[in-house]
Design a protein around this ligand. Structure first.
Ligand code: C5P
Length: 287
């Protein structure tokens, strides 16, 4: 039995940092949204070994890959004796702020829970996922949600209205840890108004969603890579309703009312060398 899974990327429609914690992490309040951009992963049963082959954008190989870490953790937690051959076909840009690695790990937990018949609940998988990365619990849940704590305390929100997205990934990756390290509450110029954003989502009001996009990490990453501010400006000039950096960056998304408008924005957008420009849309299971 071969299981094929789609691991969807996420964007942060908002990201606020509440406090720095004693364990070095930060307590967040972030509205997250799955998008219709995915890696494809195949899982083939193996008697003993966990192995990985990857195609597409360069990803860490072997044990360093989050997919392998997810498989190892589930195997240990449930005392499984079997292995798995994993084939990862990568479409989500790596080190981009789109949660690609976390989503791969989440897809592996779901697929292997099925293949190995370990019978864990979604909640139990989320606990294991949280040990792999802060975004993994959201990736297991998918759709639209607000995440608090390190990212593991999730409250599902009603689905966002279907919206178009133009993603621009500059030709470099960003270290999440270095962005969080450089964050200073004193330097924040715009904190998200999450209740207003939630309200806009509940009323499917795309204009208000666009008005309430905000991410306190944006200024930190822009200081390191000023080109991110240029990309935001160019996306709005090309017709996006608003543009925001996702997560710790460096990918910027421009928001449009629908996929046709996103295609038009991408057509008008003229960027910089080496950028990847992708047109996609938000994703909700319920649609
Ligand atoms: O959990 P994950 O391994 O994805 O986090 C990567 C890095 O991002 C952490 O090492 C930490 O520096 C930072 N981080 C944080 N607070 C969070 C999530 C991530 O400080 N809530």
């Amino acid at each position: 039995m071969v299981i094929t899974a789609l691991a969807r990327a996420k964007i942060n429609l908002s990201l606020d940092i509440i406090r720095k914690r004693a364990d070095g992490y930060h307590d967040l309040e972030t509205v997250m949204q799955s998008i219709e951009l995915y890696d494809r992963i195949e899982f083939r049963p193996d008697d003993r070994e966990i192995s990985l082959s990857a195609e597409g954008d360069a990803v860490p190989s072997g044990r360093d890959n989050l997919v392998c870490r997810a498989a190892e953790k589930l195997r240990t937690a449930c005392s499984v004796q079997k292995g798995v051959q994993i084939r990862l076909i990568k479409n989500i840009p790596v080190g981009a702020g789109l949660g690609g690695g976390s989503s791969d790990a989440a897809a592996a937990l779901l697929a292997l829970n099925n293949m190995w018949q370990t019978g864990l609940t979604l909640e139990q998988l989320m606990k294991i996922g949280g040990q792999i990365g802060s975004d993994v619990p959201f990736c297991l849940l998918g759709g639209t949600a607000i995440a608090r704590g390190r990212g593991e305390l999730l409250e599902k929100l009603p689905p966002c209205p279907g919206m178009g997205l133009v993603l621009v990934k500059p030709p470099f990756a960003v270290s999440t840890a270095s962005v969080y390290r450089a964050f200073s509450p004193a330097a924040v110029y715009k904190r998200p108004d999450n209740p207003a954003l939630e309200n806009a989502i509940r009323h499917s009001n795309i204009n208000k969603i666009a008005k309430n996009l905000a991410n306190v990490l944006e200024q930190v990453t822009i200081k390191m890579y000023p080109v991110i501010a240029e990309i935001k400006k160019k996306l709005v000039e090309a017709g996006a309703m608003a543009a925001l950096m996702s997560g710790s960056g460096p990918t910027v998304f421009g928001l449009t009312a629908d996929i046709e408008s996103a295609r038009a924005v991408a057509g008008r957008y003229s960027g910089f060398d080496g950028q990847v420009v992708l047109v996609t849309r938000t994703f909700n299971q319920e649609e």
